[in-house]
Design a protein around this ligand. Structure first.
Ligand code: HEC
Ligand code: HEC
Length: 227
């Protein structure tokens, strides 16, 4: 059976190519994870440094104010969104805001305007803007079907609290959710669940695929009415 030899060769080549591709993709994943960790460390140390210096903090916030003139038509003068489907930014976790700018900038998150804007900011600009919004007071947006509040609270406390923190206040790099607009929370949960490619995150997709539309309505109502 002479034909067996080329077949074996062919299979062996295929095997080598597959293994090589797997190794290459693992290296790429490892590299990008390493970059993410480095960036997070850089961000955390810069935020800690600014927190220790009141004068520097005030200066960063004031420069953040100057860089957000264009943002007010959607995110509001006081960080409370004035356009449907735009998120409130007041009181948001600064580490989360900077991380989202990185994601818009490198394509892990996609929104025509926000992705283009994010590319124009330097790392320091991103921190200034984040600290400016973090300093503002969040006012709950309200809304939703209030009869779903108890179900929303139960779901939040069972599933979401370990990452998004007690009372939805956010922690470490995780987003604050308390007071966030109902329409925006539902939209984001659907994007994570339906994997449209606009926004991908392994953790949030893992959470969102277990929720049906009613769960999303309930948890969004709970969050929109939470101080
Ligand atoms: C035309 C309206 C509009 C303008 C102007 C705008 N944004 Fe946005 N922004 C949005 C929308 C809509 C989203 C949600 C995008 C999505 O669906 O993923 C968003 C998302 C964000 C987020 C992510 C928040 C989160 O909770 O994940 C940040 C941070 C942000 N914008 C900051 C800014 C800043 C800073 C500016 C000004 C330099 C700005 N935006 C200008 C509409 C706008
Ligand atoms: C294992 C940790 C984890 C759990 C549990 C979790 N989340 Fe998240 N959540 C994340 C991460 C990480 C992000 C940021 C994803 C990104 O940057 O793309 C996020 C982002 C979000 C956002 C977008 C916030 C914004 O401002 O754009 C919403 C809304 C959200 N989560 C809702 C929920 C809800 C509701 C639950 C519970 C049903 C939940 N999450 C449970 C980790 C988690």
């Amino acid at each position: 059976m002479r034909s067996g030899v080329p077949t074996r060769h062919w299979l062996l080549s295929l095997f080598i190519i597959v293994v090589a591709l797997m190794l290459m993709s693992q290296t790429t994943i490892a590299n990008s994870m390493e970059e993410t960790v480095k960036l997070r460390e850089k961000l955390e140390s810069r935020i800690a440094e600014i927190a220790k210096n009141k004068k520097l903090h005030a200066q960063m916030v004031s420069e953040g104010h100057d860089r957000t003139v264009l943002c007010r038509s959607c995110h509001g003068d006081d960080g409370i969104a004035v356009k449907p489907l735009a998120p409130n930014l007041a009181g948001q976790n600064p580490a989360y805001i900077v991380d989202q700018f990185q994601r818009f900038g490198d394509g892990r998150r996609n929104d025509y305007l926000m992705s283009n804007l994010a590319k124009t900011f330097s790392f320091e600009d991103k921190i200034k803007i984040a600290l400016y919004y973090a300093d503002m007071k969040m006012k709950p947006s309200g809304g939703g079907d209030l009869s779903l509040l108890p179900a929303g609270e139960r779901l939040y406390k069972e599933v979401c609290v370990k990452c998004h923190g007690k009372n939805g206040r956010g922690q470490e790099g995780y987003a604050r959710l308390a007071g966030q607009r109902h329409d925006y929370v539902v939209k984001m949960l659907k994007e994570f669940r339906d994997r449209t490619g606009k926004r991908t995150n392994i953790w949030m997709t893992g959470v969102a695929i277990r929720l049906d539309d009613r769960d999303m309505e309930a948890v969004a109502t709970y969050l929109a009415n939470l101080d």
